[in-house]
Design a protein around this ligand. Structure first.
Ligand SMILES: NC(=O)c1ccc[n+]([C@@H]2O[C@H](COP(=O)([O-])OP(=O)(O)OC[C@H]3O[C@@H](n4cnc5c(N)ncnc54)[C@H](O)[C@@H]3O)[C@@H](O)[C@H]2O)c1
Ligand SMILES: O=C(O)[C@H](O)COP(=O)(O)O
Length: 599
């Protein structure tokens, strides 16, 4: 029945740096100091990896040229193998020896790459924005995190877009070639002015909005089409958001800045070219695949499109003799949008920090194959994320046999409104805690739901709305495993499930309930749970045994039904007690059962 308040004997707990690396993410690990302002401006995603399997120095394969500053960062933490221009077969062979892979847009990271890695590949870092060269579905299935460097080349790409726009309007490339060929054709290369013309920015994201800002500075009238762009961002720059058809119909210039997705593939085609103003000019620094290139040639020849300036192509490099590239009214550059010294150094540092952070098991802000959790939510949830994983770990270790877990109920008690608590990260971490101790599967936010489903593990979530201040996101998390026996019978609650419950106190996760017994032990190091007859001297007896065995005790707490009746003692230990030490504890006459649990 009801338990009395726990009485906790606190001893100062030692912080083990190696533990903190893998199991205690810090704020600086989420938003590394050197990038804090940039990351705060564009918080995107979080994900949790585990460092548990990385006993030796990890190996990072850098498959395309990366800035020196990024390489230096990587080398501080990992063995770095810079192997450029690998064939797909060579990449598949090498990848089984690598924990991380860094690429730019020139390397296809296909399903075969993940299959060939044999589960060792933990992170793919895309040193840039576009991830259309990475098979995200396969990455997710294999629990491999994909991170990108979403911000460092934005300005470079926008500047290149403007460079192409102005160069195209004034025939700079063609005139330059003509002068170099010994000609002086002033009438042939009369251009068009930009001022007062309408520019339609298609894709009003990071690059698109920077292009819009700059084009306004050139005196252009800028409109944008982006079904997902916030209206206030457009308003702030003085840009009108319009429909796709309106953009096509009213633009003198069209600049493409959307990602290549099934929805944007060949979005400029015969049908959509026909909707454009005659004499329209097109800039593409996004992805070649958003234009049907054969249709563009037809539109150029048919007089719909006056000129095009292209940095990107469906196949890169385009085949020799490509009609589009050779077209007189086309200006072409070899995917140079991100290629400034500044952008490449920035991208290299951004991706190196993301990859190293992910390999260390820290929370990362630039994951692309995980659900979005805004940075402020992450900051709040951080200690609960650690708590969630540890409760999962504890609960599964209490199961007798260890493999029959099928039904898990998670209850979150919070004063917040139910729609004001994002539990995906917590659920993923509980899943990780439940699965990893009993398997060799690597679980993270990327593959948690997929892995749980595959193993037939059903996790249901329940919310209890508490009265009181909603200041902290959660009061407690309870994990219950149904239909199993426990190796520590006292962990079975009155309703018949293995039950563990925890709270965060002063930023530190605590175990606060086991079965029906209230305890209070900090979740650091490992834990011994003992059930005994409540009587004087028990804390001292067990504490002395551990002291004699040189095991440092961090916390002790006793939860009891009533004085002198049954009690559960929870003991936090920094080190794993030896078998003889555990036997000595078990031999204490008043101890009825005990279990050692690794966190
Ligand atoms: N040429 C280069 O070297 C270079 C450099 C940087 C970025 N890029 C490419 O530029 C593109 C944009 O990069 P970003 O950093 O601005 O990305 P971003 O994610 O910040 O912006 C993309 C925008 O496109 C919008 N969008 C998505 N689907 C759309 C659709 N169907 N129609 C219109 N808009 C749509 C999104 O809502 C988003 O606002 C990407 O394809 C990226 O790979 C190329
Ligand atoms: O998506 C990007 O970031 C750009 O296309 C740059 O690609 P790159 O890294 O191959 O230059």
């Amino acid at each position: 029945m009801a338990t009395s308040a726990p009485h906790a004997l606190r001893t100062p707990f030692l912080r083990n740096p190696s533990l903190s690396l893998s199991s205690k993410p810090t704020l600086s690990s989420v938003f590394p100091v050197s990038l804090s302002s940039r990351r705060r401006a564009a918080p995107r995603l979080v994900v949790v990896l585990s460092a548990a399997r990385l006993d030796a120095k990890p190996t990072v394969l850098v498959a395309e040229k990366l800035g020196e500053a990024g390489l230096d960062l990587l080398k501080e933490f990992a063995n770095v193998d810079c192997s450029y221009n690998l064939s797909p077969e060579e990449l598949c062979t090498k990848i089984s020896l690598c924990d991380a892979l860094i690429v730019r847009s020139g390397t296809k990271v296909s399903r075969e790459v993940f299959e060939s890695s044999g589960g060792r590949l933990k992170v793919v870092g895309r040193a840039g924005v576009g991830i259309d060269n990475v098979d995200l579905g396969a990455a997710t299935e294999f629990g491999c995190l994909v991170v990108n460097a979403p911000t460092a080349n934005t300005v470079a790409a926008a500047e290149h877009g403007i460079a192409l726009l102005t160069a195209m309007a004034r025939n700079v490339a063609q005139a330059d070639a003509s002068v170099k060929a010994g000609k002086w054709q002033r009438n042939k290369y009369v251009g068009v002015s930009l001022v007062g013309k309408t520019l339609a920015v298609m894709g009003f994201g990071k690059v698109g909005s920077e292009v819009a800002r700059r084009a306004k500075g050139l005196g252009m009238h800028v409109i944008a089409h982006d079904p997902y762009a916030p209206a206030d961002r457009a308003r702030a720059i003085g840009v009108e958001l319009v429909s796709f058809d309106e953009a096509l119909a009213s633009a003198d210039f069209i600049s493409l800045h959307m990602p290549l997705t099934p929805a944007t593939s060949k979005v400029l085609n015969d049908e959509t070219f026909a909707k454009m103003k005659k004499g329209v000019r097109i800039v593409n620094v996004a992805r070649g695949g958003v234009i049907d290139e054969d249709a563009l040639v037809r539109a150029l020849d048919g007089g719909i499109v006056a000129q095009a300036a292209l940095d990107v192509f469906t196949v890169e490099p385009p085949p020799q003799g490509n009609t589009l590239v050779l077209h007189e009214r086309v200006t072409a550059t070899p995917h140079l949008g991100a290629s400034t010294m500044e952008a490449q150094e920035g991208v290299a540092v951004e991706i190196a920090e993301a990859v190293v952070g992910a390999l260390k098991g820290e929370l990362a802000a630039t994951a692309v194959n995980a659900p979005m959790v805004p940075a402020e939510v992450l900051t709040e949830l951080k200690p609960y994320v650690v708590l969630a994983e540890k409760l999962g770990r504890l609960a599964v270790q209490l199961v007798a046999g260890g493999s029959g877990v099928k039904t898990v109920k998670v209850s979150y008690a919070s004063a917040r409104a139910p729609d004001d608590l994002d539990t995906r990260l917590l659920r993923a971490m509980i899943t990780k805690g439940l699965i990893e101790p009993i398997s060799d599967v690597f679980v993270n936010l990327v593959n948690a739901d997929f892995t749980a489903k595959q193993r037939g593990l059903r996790i249901t979530e329940e919310r209890t709305v508490l009265d009181g201040s909603p200041e902290s996101p959660l009061d407690s998390i309870q994990v219950q495993i149904a239909n199993v026996e426990s190796k520590f019978a006292s962990a079975i609650s009155e309703s018949g499930e293995i039950t563990v419950e925890g709270r965060v106190k002063d930023g530190v996760p605590h175990l606060t309930k086991v079965g029906s017994f209230e305890v209070d032990v900090s979740l650091e190091g490992s834990i011994i749970l003992c059930r005994q007859v409540d009587q004087p001297g028990m804390i001292g007896t067990v504490g002395s045994i551990l002291g004699e065995e040189n095991v440092n005790v961090s916390f002790m707490s006793v939860g009891r039904i009533a004085p002198r009746k049954q009690a559960v003692m929870a003991i936090g230990v920094d080190d794993q007690p030896s078998k003889p030490a555990l036997k000595r504890i078990g031999d204490v006459p008043a101890i009825e059962e005990f279990v050692f649990l690794k966190l």
